[in-house]
Design a protein. Structure first.
Length: 270
């Protein structure tokens, strides 16, 4: 039986659909007027998003990566990094326009249409990978209470509910944040990011995950520090397998730029 969060998310989707049919709509990325009843993005932004979603990536660390650079489900870069303590990582695309604009609109402006659309894109990627049948639940990265007061919405939970509504998976709020720290956005170095979130998360009292396969959900991955720490908490609760799903992965040195004109030549449509 679906949880209350999934039911409320479904109700919210229905209400948004009714509003879309009754009111003039604009593209959630660029603000251009669009026809009602279709995608929440204009044709131009939809084409940009399609190009970003075609960009191949490493299934362990999420870096933009040519398929031939991935060996046994990991790339040469993450093979030497001990922080990737998840069984697999799914993403929609690189943190470039227009995904960046969608994420910022959700996280800092509380735009529900952005969250619903991003949830749809992330659900499509999980389906493409065949994950829904292999997962027991989605686990959103939790906010501290202070951060929740500062932000217009809980973006990770909004994304998880959007994915859950489409895939029929439950959302388990199994992890809580026990320590408030400065936002990772203002922390620049890799080492400082890991130190900033060290020991921040724990599993709720009484939660037991023996034999369960769960997927952490968040909006953005940079160094992997936050997902690393959440996965540690889930592993202490004896989760059988832990995966992660994010909307975006930051573009690092050596990555193919998702907004480059060369993307169509490097990775043409099938």
């Amino acid at each position: 039986m679906p949880g209350l969060g999934v039911v409320m998310s479904s109700l919210g989707g229905l209400l948004r659909g009714l509003a879309d049919a009754a009111l003039p709509q604009t593209c959630v990325v660029c603000g251009e007027a669009i026809g009602g009843g279709g995608l929440p993005v204009c044709e131009s932004c939809a084409l940009e998003l399609a190009a970003i979603r075609r960009t191949p990536y490493c299934p362990r660390c999420g870096r933009t990566m040519r398929p031939e650079s991935v060996h046994e489900r990991e790339c040469a870069l993450c093979r030497t990094e001990r922080v990737w303590n998840v069984a697999g990582l799914a993403r929609v695309g690189a943190y470039e326009p227009p995904l960046r604009a969608l994420g910022i609109g959700l996280k800092y402006r509380g735009r529900e249409r952005n969250g619903d659309y991003l949830g749809e894109l992330l659900a499509a990627e999980l389906s493409r990978l065949g994950w829904p049948a292999e997962l027991d639940a989605l686990v959103p990265v939790p906010m501290s209470r202070l951060r929740r007061w500062q932000r217009p919405c809980d973006h990770a939970e909004a994304l998880a509910l959007g994915v859950a509504r489409r895939l029929g998976l439950p959302v388990w709020r199994a992890v809580v944040r026990v320590r408030h720290t400065p936002s990772q956005t203002g922390v620049t170095s890799r080492a400082a990011r890991f130190a900033n979130v060290a020991g921040c998360f724990t599993v709720r009292r009484g939660v037991r995950l023996e034999g369960r396969r769960v997927c952490i959900v968040d909006n953005l991955l940079a160094t992997g520090a936050t997902i690393h720490e959440v996965a540690k908490a889930l592993r202490r609760a004896r989760a059988k397998e832990i995966r992660a799903a994010v909307v975006s992965r930051t573009v690092l040195a050596g990555d193919v730029q998702a907004d480059s004109e060369a993307i169509e030549e490097a990775f043409p449509a099938a």
